[in-house]
Design a protein. Structure first.
Length: 236
């Protein structure tokens, strides 16, 4: 009787563990990464969103607005606004790419350089610097530990160790929790939300906590016809 009871108990516990375990759909994972690459490869798009950050006791938000064309040479106008505690700077950073050059304006200070210094070559799109471009299907699948889908919205639990290495392969970043939500339409990402928290080693004696949420909307795929630049761009 004890043996029968023990066997029944083991079966019940096993079924409970299976029911509680995380599952993932590898087809959904590969579909997301395919859409990620297609999004970076779009001829043009408009991107808006925000990055909310917590670092120890400090909180801040970066607002993002960008127009991108990359049919021949990349044309980009990126504007970042910053809210930090009670301070607001709507023109915190302006960044532009035009005719193979980069232009930066940070709170009145301007500078310019060449796009190749940040890995952007003539005739290439942002998809050429896709961090997952050379991953095998198995490596992409292992990046997530769980997944679910509701309509065109996909939710993923990210392997924190792999994200830590992606953030910093020197080992100073330690992600404890991360998840991703993305809405796909016609092989493009129209909405992406990334959440992560963990710690960052500043020195051997100091470690900072961090938590952030990146929320991005992408629209007007292949429909943006012109990027607007400031008139004084050449003087940067």
């Amino acid at each position: 009787m004890k043996k029968i009871f023990t066997c029944l108990l083991v079966c019940v516990l096993s079924l409970s563990l299976v029911g509680c375990s995380s599952s993932k759909n590898n087809d959904d994972i590969l579909r997301f990464f395919d859409a990620f690459h297609h999004t970076l490869d779009a001829k043009s798009a408009h991107v808006s969103g925000s990055l909310d950050m917590k670092n120890n006791k400090n909180t801040s938000k970066i607002k993002v607005d960008a127009a991108l064309i990359q049919e021949n040479k990349i044309q980009l106008a990126l504007r970042l606004g910053l809210e930090s505690n009670e301070n607001t700077a709507n023109d915190f950073i302006d960044f532009y790419i035009k005719d193979g050059k980069t232009y930066l304006k940070n709170q009145g200070t301007t500078s310019q350089s060449v796009a190749s210094k940040i890995g952007i070559e003539d005739g290439k799109r942002l998809s050429s610097i896709d961090p997952f471009l050379n991953y095998s299907d198995e490596e992409l699948e292992s990046f997530f530990t769980a997944s679910s889908r509701k309509g065109n919205t996909y939710s993923f639990t990210i392997d924190p160790d792999q994200l830590s290495q992606l953030f910093d392969n020197l080992g100073s970043a330690n992600v404890s929790e991360a998840n991703l939500e993305a809405t796909l339409s016609k092989k493009h990402i129209t909405h992406l939300k990334l959440y992560a928290k963990g710690t960052m080693s500043v020195s051997s004696k100091k470690t900072n906590t961090f938590e952030f949420t990146l929320n991005v909307q992408i629209k007007d795929f292949n429909q943006v016809k012109e990027v607007t630049y400031p008139n004084d761009l050449d003087s940067y």
